[in-house]
Write a protein of this length. Structure first.
Length: 237
């Protein structure tokens, strides 16, 4: 699992060059390859609950998250909101539309105040075509996301406890932060976990209460602590 520890302290006052160090996708690329890609980059700040990208908008930019949490969502045929992912610092969004030169397939909203780096799509695509390591990084990212989707699809018919546990492990893999007592992930509203797991919100609330009583999670603050990730994995049946 790719557990991240953020070293970003104050994104409000960062320059583009300083921000790159907090983005795994970009941080180890050669400076000569990065310079043209960042020539028109900009840092933008968004308050909580703001729509950043809209489904069917043209993919004119790619975004790297410096701080905060973003929700990627779509809607099913019945108009029900589906949360596809929650992304945080170091993650990339909007890359598929840029590569395909097509409209966006999802909405992206800020769950918390967020700071992002905006790179024009043409500059990002040029980076991929001129720097092999950038292309390899993107391929690795796509492979990780595909594995996550496959695992979640396999568990769609599992019991409610397994589906909530898998949703938490999905967040651990994408956004887990190592702390002294275990792994931390964002303590999301139950409606978001409900949307991600495909369960009723009341079911999610009941399962989380049982998990907390069993010592599998601790929801005492804005972050959710998972003391033993292996134990949470073992709870999936």
């Amino acid at each position: 699992m790719d557990h991240r520890q953020s070293n970003l302290q104050s994104p409000v006052h960062l320059s583009i060059a300083e921000a790159i160090g907090s983005i795994p996708f970009l941080s180890e690329l050669p400076a000569a390859a990065l310079a043209p890609a960042l020539a028109h980059a900009a840092i933008r700040h968004h308050p909580a609950n703001q729509t950043i990208l809209l489904e069917n908008d043209w993919g004119s930019s790619v975004y790297f998250v410096l701080s905060g949490w973003l929700k990627i969502r779509t809607y099913n045929a019945d108009g029900r909101e589906i949360t596809l992912n929650i992304v945080g610092s170091g993650e990339i969004v909007g890359e598929m539309a840029a590569i395909e030169q097509a409209p966006r397939s999802t909405d992206v909203l800020s769950l918390t105040p967020a700071t992002i780096v905006n790179i024009p799509a043409e500059d990002f695509v040029r980076l991929l075509t001129t720097e092999p390591l950038a292309g390899m990084r993107l391929a690795q990212l796509m492979a990780r996301r595909l594995r996550q989707v496959n695992r979640r699809l396999r568990l769609r018919e599992s019991n409610s406890s397994s589906r909530v546990a898998d949703t938490l492990l999905f967040l651990v893999e994408g956004q887990g932060k190592t702390v002294a007592k275990g792994m931390e992930i964002p303590n999301l509203p139950h409606r978001e976990l409900s949307s991600m797991s495909g369960l009723a919100r009341e079911t999610v609330t009941r399962v989380l209460a049982k998990m907390e009583a069993a010592g599998l999670v601790d929801r005492s603050n804005d972050m959710m602590l998972i003391p033993d990730v292996a134990a949470l994995e073992a709870s999936i049946v």
